[in-house]
Design a protein around this ligand. Sequence first.
Ligand code: GEK
Length: 251
Amino acid sequence: MSEGPKTPEQITDRLFATERKPEDFRFDASVARVFPDMIRRSVPGYTTIIPMIEVITEQYAQPDSHCYDLGCSLGASTLAMRHGIRHDDCRLFGVDNSDAMIERCEHYVALDDSSVPVTLRCEDILTTELSNASVTTLNFTLQFVPPERRTELLTRIASATRPGGVLILSEKIRFESDEEQDIQTRLHHEFKRANGYSDLEISQKRTAIEQVLIPETLAAHRERLLSAGFERVVLWYQCFNFVSMLAIKAD
Ligand code: GEK
């Protein structure tokens, strides 16, 4: 008897398993199809960070406010936020500029059993409308925004955030010291090997992504968040060269 169609979580990422022409990484239909497996096996800490986004949202979502998940992909962080919201009058928005991601995300949201209203927008996070925010999440998205547009985006988020509201910012980072950079990069590649990626997959993915994912140091992130209008920045998670910060707006 056939086991039926595979659910997305079961589809193994083999996009870089065979030799391919070097071209920049894009969030297209082939990536959306394997995305849950790709991100879980590529980003150390992702499976810890998602449930913690629910915990943080529960602490900071305010009555009658908006919550935003910017760069929502298939909605893992959106649904974590949705389950953390305890106020009937909160509204949640997931935004991504990949049609393929938003199309699949709609199915996940429809299958989820929370009653908090979710609106998905296929839009650029640089121009999407933001207002009355209590919790905003950028879970591994800012790293894909051109560095020269990052201050403008974070300033817009901080201005749209209510007193006491927060931004959850998860990023791949780089280190000031070359020695630490080498150690942490090697450990990240070992994590990928331990998750079944071959040396060819690791090196081809690295070549494809290095022009589009631009990591910055923790100091650069902190400084930018403070100058954008947040009062305090707390590093709440780190695994190798992947971190998550909480930027808090003054009460
Ligand atoms: C998760 N948060 O599963 N406007 C809108 N979307 C964008 C933009 C932009 N300017 N740039 C990139 N994206 C998710 C994971 S993935 C992270 C986020 C990763 C979108 C892009 O289409 C993709 O879906 C997402 O940001 C980044 O918790 O793949 O490492």
